[in-house]
Design a protein around this ligand. Sequence first.
Ligand SMILES: [Zn+2]
Length: 242
Amino acid sequence: MKLTVLGCGDAFGNGGRNHSAFLLTNNNEHVLVDCGASTLIRLKHESIHLEDVSTIIISHFHGDHYGGIPFFLISSLFETPRKVPLTIVGPKGLKEKIFILQEAMYSGTGEKLDQHDITYLEYGENPMDFDGKRIVAKPVEHSPPSIPHGIRLEWENKVFAYSGDTSWTDSLIELCDKSDLFVCECNFLHEQAYGHLCYDELVERRSQLNCENIWLSHMGSEVLNLDDSVFNKLSDGMKIDF
Ligand SMILES: [Zn+2]
C-alpha cells in the first residue's frame, strides 16, 4: 500500500500547502481520502489518471476537504469522459451536498452528474463493506454543520486511519487502533480550542493511541515551524509505503 500526500495543509494554506487529499494506491487502484479544493491539480502533478481513482472518501463538508469534487467531476465529464464507475463515500446528505456545490461552482453541470455511474454511500453506525474495502467512520468534534467524521479504511490487510478535523475525542482511540498508518490533524501548538487538535494534547495522549506511526497533517504555522516534533510531519508530495 502506498500513500501519496496530495495535500496536507490547513484551511488557510499555511506553509503554501495544498488542501487535504490523501491518495492510497494498491495494484494500480487509487482511493482518495478527502478531496480539498486543490486536489485535481495535485492529481495531475502526480500523473494520476482519474479513471484509476475508484473511490473518494470525504471526512466532512468543508471546502478544504471536499471542495475539489466539482473540479474532479467536470474533468471526468468534459475533458476525459469517465467510462468506469465511481464511488463517493461521506456523511449524510452526500449526494445533495455535491449537487449544490457542483451547481454553485459550475452552473448547469449538476444535472449532468446523473450521466455518470456514481454510487453515493453515506456513513451510518455500522462499518461499510464494498469492493474489498471496509470503512469505519466515527463522528468527531468539529463544526457540527459540516458533519465531521474520522475514518478508518481497511484494505488488503492494511489499515489507514485518519482523524479528519477534530479536537480530542475518544473516537480517535478506536479509529487508529492497530493501524499501519495514522494521519492525524494538528492545527495548533498550545491552544486547546474546539474543532482542532493541538500538539501539546497529542503528546499528552500519545500513550492512549495504539498505533506505531502517527503523521501530522493540517498543521497551522506554529506547528509547521516546530523543529523538534516528537511526531513525523507530512508534507505535500511525500510518498509512504506501508
Ligand atoms: Zn480542514
